[in-house]
Ligand binder design. Structure first.
Ligand SMILES: *[C@@H]1O[C@H](CO)[C@@H](O)[C@H](O)[C@H]1NC(C)=O
Ligand SMILES: *[C@@H]1O[C@H](CO)[C@@H](O)[C@H](O)[C@H]1NC(C)=O
Ligand SMILES: *[C@@H]1O[C@H](CO)[C@@H](O)[C@H](O)[C@H]1NC(C)=O
Ligand SMILES: *[C@@H]1O[C@H](CO)[C@@H](O)[C@H](O)[C@H]1NC(C)=O
Ligand SMILES: *[C@@H]1O[C@H](CO)[C@@H](O)[C@H](O)[C@H]1NC(C)=O
Ligand SMILES: *[C@@H]1O[C@H](CO)[C@@H](O)[C@H](O)[C@H]1NC(C)=O
Ligand SMILES: *[C@@H]1O[C@H](CO)[C@@H](O)[C@H](O)[C@H]1NC(C)=O
Ligand SMILES: *[C@@H]1O[C@H](CO)[C@@H](O)[C@H](O)[C@H]1NC(C)=O
Ligand SMILES: *[C@@H]1O[C@H](CO)[C@@H](O)[C@H](O)[C@H]1NC(C)=O
Length: 515
């Protein structure tokens, strides 16, 4: 009994206390290693969250408000080469896909005002510059395309009184309006004076007035948009980072049947809520798309040239499916059947009732009968015609993108109007475009690469190092203690040599070799 007490006294003696201390340190290392292994990711997330928030003067804000990137829009136009035969002899329309006509975009977010509730409001400026070197053709190329304002008016008049259609026919006769127009590519995109729109502007009552007398597929898009877009900065709620709060004070679209379909809670395509998983559905909103578009995970990609890992998101295959195939789309058909066929999205409600249908290029995901109704369109190739965005999942920033959409005109035959009497019911393709971002400049990706590749490695390295140091120290200390204790007890067993504690204190010093 006495011996054991003495042993305890030795073990707690100043010399051995050092080894207990080492054990404490080693356990500390092991514990810290566990803490790092478990919590490192959340710390990194906290750092990322605080870094990406849109705050005045921050780097992210500078990049967001004046992106150092040059997105490009590539436009392909379906030039109709047999307009006369089509109208007079009932031949199948033949189109020739021209392009790409490439415009380099410069974006800037102007008039940024911060609000107290974690949002800010801005006007988006997009400037377009024709890029002759990468374009296959010039802006002066003459193309023959369906007369969209005219065919919109005639298609809409289908259910109007007959005398109105006859009146329309004589007005069109006087104004010499034809179902096809020959315009330059520049005019088709940026606007040409349209006699019908000019007339409408003068005679139609103010409330129903079309706002423009020019027609162009990208009319008024070159410049600063008047829309006041309010987005979440992430300061209040990081899960809403980059999502639209309202556009011109309006939080929901007015067009559709349910809140889900009218929702504007979507990104504008530049920044997304961070920390995405493969299950995340991201939404992007574009005014001309007239709805938010869901995008789901496709695959992991390495963003070209700068090797930042990213997730590729694409619209689900049934995004534009008919109501029968995808009942969730019923809300986009508020006026009830007949609804748009699979593969098309009807934007007539936000295009002044023009019968415009959007689809993917070459009628990708639509029935092949629409593509073969026109001659000259090759079968769709998912590689060339899908819509996708590569997003860095941890930081939620778009790395590269190909937003591809085709614009079609759904023409209804109206026999009372002689100019279009022979124009059959058809979904006529007009053009398709690809708004793309190749990659981000190194200044932006450098930080992203650092923020996404370093933390996982750092976590493993730090954890391993801590565990290693902890384990080594623990083993040494335990071994020391065991050996020390053995020596002490053997010393202790030697009779007559045990003195008072103050003396024994020095004893081991003499016996135990120094380390
Ligand atoms: C478009 O087609 C018309 C014939 O309909 C032709 O005269 C014109 O040269 C074509 N445009 C281009 C750029 O090929
Ligand atoms: C229409 O077809 C007839 C005979 O089939 C032909 O003579 C005429 O040239 C065609 N018209 C046009 C504009 O091609
Ligand atoms: C927004 O900026 C434009 C020019 O960049 C300016 O003309 C306009 O007055 C500004 N609007 C507001 C509300 O500040
Ligand atoms: C935040 O404030 C802005 C400006 O007052 C307002 O437009 C927006 O609706 C507000 N958003 C929320 C979520 O309260
Ligand atoms: C867009 O506007 C800028 C400046 O107003 C002009 O230099 C440029 O040529 C325009 N782009 C097109 C495609 O019209
Ligand atoms: C350029 O356009 C012509 C037809 O206008 C087409 O034959 C050619 O393949 C196009 N070239 C490229 C590189 O797309
Ligand atoms: C945008 O906001 C400005 C002032 O904040 C206002 O004058 C303008 O009418 C708004 N624009 C639209 C399209 O609502
Ligand atoms: C993703 O969804 C699948 C199936 O719905 C589910 O099993 C899985 O746990 C989800 N993963 C995450 C990270 O939420
Ligand atoms: C598009 O929507 C409008 C308005 O809801 C409707 O009148 C029209 O018939 C639709 N067009 C097609 C092709 O479904």
């Amino acid at each position: 009994m006495k011996g054991r007490e003495k042993l305890c006294a030795k073990l707690s003696s100043a010399f051995l206390r050092k080894w207990w201390f080492v054990i404490a340190i080693s356990l500390g290392c092991l514990l810290f290693g566990i803490i790092v292994a478990v919590f490192f990711n959340s710390w990194v997330n906290l750092v990322i969250n605080s870094q990406i928030k849109l705050k005045e003067g921050s780097q992210t804000f500078k990049w967001w408000s004046k992106p150092p990137v040059e997105p490009k829009i590539k436009v392909y136009i379906y030039n109709v080469t047999n307009a006369d035969e089509f109208l007079n002899n009932g031949s199948k329309p033949i189109v020739d896909e021209l392009g790409p006509y490439v415009y380099i975009e410069k974006w800037e977010r102007k008039n940024v005002t911060f609000h107290d509730n974690g949002t800010l409001t801005f006007n988006l400026q997009k400037m377009y510059r024709f890029d002759a070197t990468t374009s296959n053709g010039s802006q002066e190329d003459l193309v023959v395309v369906p007369n969209i304002p005219m065919l919109s008016a005639t298609s809409q008049s289908k259910h109007a009184a007959r005398f109105l259609r006859l009146a329309m026919a004589s007005i069109m006769d006087i104004l010499k309006i034809k179902p096809f127009v020959e315009v330059s590519v520049g005019q088709l995109l940026w606007g040409y004076e349209d006699p019908l729109l000019k007339l409408a502007k003068d005679v139609v009552p103010k409330e129903q007035k079309l706002p423009y007398e020019e027609f162009g597929l990208l009319y008024k898009k070159n410049g600063t948009s008047e829309d006041n877009i309010t987005v979440n900065t992430g300061v209040e709620d990081i899960t809403k980072y980059g999502l639209i709060d309202n556009v011109n004070g309006i939080k929901k679209l007015p067009h559709y049947a349910t809140d889900q379909c009218n929702s504007l809670e979507a990104s504008d395509g530049s920044i997304f809520p961070p920390h995405m998983t493969k299950n995340t559905t991201v939404y992007i909103f574009d005014k001309d798309l007239c709805r938010r578009l869901p995008l789901v995970f496709q695959k992991e990609v390495l963003s070209s040239s700068n090797e930042v890992p990213a997730f590729r998101f694409s619209p689900p295959k049934n995004v534009f499916a008919s109501v029968e195939e995808n009942p969730d789309n019923a809300c986009f058909c508020p006026q009830g059947p007949p609804c748009t066929p699979s593969g098309f999205f009807n934007v007539s409600l936000c295009q002044y009732d023009s019968p415009i249908l959007l689809s993917f290029p070459h009628f990708y995901l639509a029935d092949d009968k629409y593509r073969t109704a026109v001659e000259g369109i090759s079968p769709p190739d998912p590689e060339k015609h899908t819509f996708y965005m590569d997003i860095q999942p941890e930081m939620g920033s778009a790395m590269s993108a190909r937003a591809r959409i085709q614009i079609n005109l759904a023409v209804s035959q109206v026999v009372d109007i002689k100019q279009v009497a022979t124009f059959p019911d058809i979904v006529f393709p007009i053009m398709w475009f690809e708004e793309g971002l190749e990659s981000l400049p190194p200044e932006m990706t450098g930080l992203m690469k650092l923020a996404t590749t370093v933390p996982p490695i750092a976590r493993i390295v730090i954890t391993i190092v801590l565990f290693f140091i902890g384990a080594i120290l623990l083993i040494i200390a335990i071994w020391r203690l065991v050996r020390g204790a053995n020596r002490l007890s053997s010393l202790h067993l030697a009779p007559g040599h045990v003195g008072p504690p103050n003396k024994t204190k020095d004893l081991p010093m003499a016996n135990v070799p120094k380390y």
